[in-house]
Design a protein around this ligand. Sequence first.
Ligand SMILES: *Cc1c(COP(=O)(O)O)cnc(C)c1O
Length: 376
Amino acid sequence: MIDFNVPPYVGTEMDYVREAAEVNHKICGDGPFSRKCHAWMEERFNAEKVLLTTSGTAALEMAAVLCDLKPGDEVILPSFTFSSTATAFQAMGATLVFVDVRPDTMNLDENKIEAAITERTRVIIPVHYAGVACEMDTIMEIARRHNLIVVEDAAQAVMSTYKGRACGTIGTFGCYSFHETKNYSMGEGGAIVINDPRFIERAEIIREKGTNRQRFFRGQVDKYTWVDRGSSYLQSDLNAAYLWAQLEQADKINDDRLATWHAYYEALRPLAEAGRIELPVVPEGCVHNAHMFYLKCASLEERSALIAHLKKRGVMAVFHYIPLHSSPAGEMFGRFSGEDEFTTRESERLVRLPLYYGLSEADRATVIDAVLSFFD
Ligand SMILES: *Cc1c(COP(=O)(O)O)cnc(C)c1O
């Protein structure tokens, strides 16, 4: 059986976890390995400030707190996304306004955003689906014109770029995930990127249970105390040690995933050219990280049949997402702006193939043969 996902593992993870425990004697948050991860991401992504969190969801929650949302405020997001994009903002009492996606990238349609803006709108949340960037120039320009905050849900886009800039570093905030299903992992984990320096100090406070502990560590105050809203959003240094092993080999992991992505793409291209399936589109200016490989069938029925066929051939393939606006919670907490032209229709046709670091060439070939045999 070829699994749909195997968590990334490069082999040095446990050495670093051991080092954290036995050498550093530091297993709570923000120890030496956390600092290494922060510095690496800040340098590599040219980011103002990066802070690891307990999850991508926690990073989104921190961003929502930093946006100072109040009940009744509105946030614009795609309906075609993971629930966390919504829950983080809904928890602040915000109303979710779902905007349609573009059929080519499955990203928020930048041309449908302005119609969704009201005087209550505060935030736009572009989700870089499959690690392919949204049309950020247009989105940032709309945000500037309407004085809105942009929170990039870059959970899937670690190491992706848009016009040379790292995803997550373009909006006011960016959120990464290091869940085991993502390209780089620490089990459960994430990071918030703070691109506007005015928010850094408050972000540190919110992450540290609402205390000014970081200022205390820097010697800026002589005792620390509770000063703001907050929670415990910082992860253990054990998890950071695990992640550090993978960041050290980030390019190797990225190259390996891209090789599988391109092998799938080339092998399935004739089917796309014959009009049997559709393949992902990567717009000009976007460099992606091979977070995912998907294809689109002609219909929901064909997709179900393909998934069943692949399973019989020992290949696990999955679909996603059930659009949030048609989910029970989405109906309660949000509304769809305008017409659902593509969100439901396109999501019903989409199927994801196995893609993970270390997927062997033999397994790659098995997946390709299984897909080709279905369309034969
Ligand atoms: C994975 C993911 C998240 C949540 O990340 P966790 O680390 O699992 O909390 C949020 N948004 C998107 C688009 C994701 O793919």
